[in-house]
Write a protein that binds this ligand. Structure first.
Ligand code: SF4
Ligand code: SF4
Length: 232
């Protein structure tokens, strides 16, 4: 069906200047605002709202499917040490400065280890230490729900994240008072190399600098061979 229409000329749609109209806005000063004071006010959110990620560390097989599908490149596989023991597989760390909450990563996770919860409020005052909140190795969904029972306000489950750059130790101060500690050993899908001893490191550096092969020490057998040759 063809629709015949014309664009109205500008002089017809131009509004006439009015002295009264600007003052009509004053009536809104006495009306209840339609906006919501987040995070102080709560709104009923839709079922299955896509919020922060949860992860069952024991189920995660470290396949990196989640990292590969992520369109925002927000996932980095991370090797973690808990109570002095390295996890057998790497786990995803999510950068909430990049994540778009599309949840492709959740859909693709083969063992269903990665999930999401309806919590979505992450507010900070942009202090340096608070920016650590944006790097998140998700916690178990059960722990998340436990916190939500106490604080049903859709906020991030951690009050503070401390990251010690020297020791690589991460501390999560959960909202229910629990403290979770782990160490980041490295990133990527391959396990991190064990740290080399300082003496070995120095020798390797010196060898690299001089570009010389290590001098071979004469063994007893070689010495004996030389003496015999001379005797002949
Ligand atoms: S929700 Fe989307 S953007 Fe966020 S980490 Fe998962 S795949 Fe990436
Ligand atoms: S969270 Fe799922 S998709 Fe991502 S590495 Fe673990 S098992 Fe694989």
């Amino acid at each position: 069906m063809e629709v015949d229409f014309k664009v109205a000329p500008e002089e017809k749609v131009r509004k006439k200047p009015s002295f009264i109209k600007p003052w009509m806005g004053l009536k809104y000063l006495f009306k209840k605002p339609v906006t919501i004071k987040i995070p102080y006010e709560r709104v009923q959110i839709a079922k299955d709202y896509r919020g922060f990620h949860t992860l069952d560390w024991k189920k995660c097989v470290g396949c990196n499917f989640c990292g590969q599908i992520c369109p925002a490149r927000a996932i980095e596989m991370t090797w973690i040490e808990v109570d002095g023991k390295m996890e057998k597989r790497p786990h995803p760390k999510i950068d909430y400065g990049r994540c778009t909450f599309c949840e492709f990563c959740v859909d693709v996770c083969p063992p269903g280890a990665l999930g999401f919860i309806e919590n979505y409020i992450l507010t900070t005052e942009w202090k340096d230490e608070e920016l650590e909140l944006f790097d998140w190795v998700p916690i178990h969904p059960d722990k998340f729900r436990e916190i939500n029972e106490k604080f049903p306000d859709y906020r991030f489950p951690v009050e503070k994240i401390e990251f010690n750059k020297e020791t690589k130790e991460v501390t999560y101060y959960l909202r229910d008072g629990e403290v979770m500690k782990f160490k980041i050993l490295g990133y990527g899908i391959r396990p991190p190399k064990p740290p080399t001893k300082p003496a070995q490191k120095a020798a390797a550096k010196a060898a690299e600098k001089n570009d010389t092969k290590p001098v071979e020490k004469p063994t007893e057998k070689k010495e004996a061979g030389k003496i015999e040759e001379k005797k002949e």
